[in-house]
Ligand binder design. Structure first.
Ligand code: B12
Length: 297
């Protein structure tokens, strides 16, 4: 779609998801401006359709490459309505780089109010933005301070989100969540905690850089229904961590617990950790895995 393209009544009706007669009515009452051809047909410019939407608080027309390139925040309401991640992702990226946790929180809340499943937001919005921040940092387009500020603001907004959201009634299940030692990448682990918290799980969150012994202690104190380990930074080839994780996984089986590992850090050790029940690739699928294993009561 080009910004200067001309549309027929039928095309505009399709664009807005209404009958052609509504478009004709709105045109006749002057709500949408149109161009009359010599034959009397109504033709519409994208700008005029957008004006109509904006005046009526309906956002503006989505899915045009040009508009996306133009960094058109006015398109946001329609992009939200149509789940147009092509527009939502760059918008979220900009909010992240502004490092404004209020704005990030507000944006996530608005999407929540539009019934976006939180797991989808983590998979399709948050993850790509974080990965892109990492790539831009690697390429020198984003400085270390910008990267730190952006990810810290995201983290803050997640904490706010956790406490502002409605939760299902508590269930008897207990999740222990930790990020392995020497690893400070805890955003995905926090996301998983928030998702399960909302589902009524009892969460015991150890956070980043958790030594193996601390995880073992926590398990001893209260054997979890599920242990979720995050690992982004790969341990050295001769590190004792993979073997320790395998041992923990095997001991969990004795108490009926499950072991989930997320992140790419332990990827090259997969064969040596057969006790992992689920390698978490996405939040949506991980949540699904957990839901099918555990009923709500
Ligand atoms: C934020 C960030 C940081 C923050 C972390 C803050 C925090 N509170 O979490 C800080 C600033 C601390 C940091 C530090 C460092 N970082 Co860093 N960081 C990142 C960044 C930008 C985002 C990480 C993130 O959350 N990703 C989002 C996740 C959700 O995406 P994902 O990894 O694709 O995960 C998907 C699945 O695997 C799954 N998943 C992943 N983990 C988990 C965990 C669970 C529990 C579950 C269920 C699912 C799951 O969920 C996602 C599904 O869509 C990444 C860039 C990137 N590519 O990710 C670099 C990145 C991970 N960091 C990197 C590096 C090099 C570092 C430093 C060594 C930099 C330095 N020189 O000091 C230090 C290391 C510190 C340490 N020892 O841990 C490299 C890692 C390279 C590597 N593989 O070894 C990356 C890839 C950047 C890059 N492009 O080079 N970092």
């Amino acid at each position: 779609m080009k910004p200067d393209q001309i549309f027929s009544s039928k095309e505009v009706a399709d664009m807005l998801g209404v009958n052609e007669s509504s478009v004709k009515r709105w045109t006749d009452s002057g709500k949408i401006k149109c161009i009359r051809t010599p034959g009397g047909h109504r033709k519409f410019r994208l700008e005029d359709v957008n004006d109509f939407l904006r005046v009526n608080n309906l956002g503006s027309v989505p899915f045009s490459d040009q508009l996306f390139q133009r960094r058109d925040d006015d398109n946001l309401p329609v992009a939200i309505r149509y789940r147009d991640y092509g527009i939502l992702i760059p918008h979220f990226y900009r909010l992240a780089l502004l490092a404004d946790s209020n704005e990030i929180f507000n944006f996530l809340t608005i999407l929540g109010m539009h019934d976006y499943p939180l797991a989808d937001l983590f998979d399709y919005l948050l993850s790509p933005v974080l990965v892109r921040i990492g790539t831009d940092w690697e390429m020198g387009k984003v400085s270390v301070d910008e990267e730190h500020a952006a990810t810290a603001a995201i983290f803050d907004s997640l904490i706010r989100l956790q406490f502002s959201s409605t939760r299902l009634p508590r269930n008897p299940h207990h999740a222990l969540i930790a990020v392995l030692e020497n690893d400070f990448h805890e955003i995905p682990a926090k996301c998983m905690g928030i998702l399960l918290d909302r589902e009524g799980w009892n969460i015991h969150y150890l956070g980043a850089n958790s030594p193996i012994f601390s995880i073992e202690n926590a398990i001893r104190r209260q054997p979890p229904s599920v242990l979720i380990l995050g690992s982004t930074i790969a341990p050295d080839q001769n590190s004792p961590i993979p073997e320790a994780v395998e041992k923990i996984g095997r001991s969990l089986k004795n108490t009926g617990g499950h072991l989930i590992v997320g992140g790419s850090g332990l990827n090259s050790f997969r064969d040596t950790i057969p006790s992992v029940d689920w390698w978490a690739g996405s939040f949506r699928e991980t949540l699904q895995f957990i839901r099918t294993r555990f009923s709500a009561n």
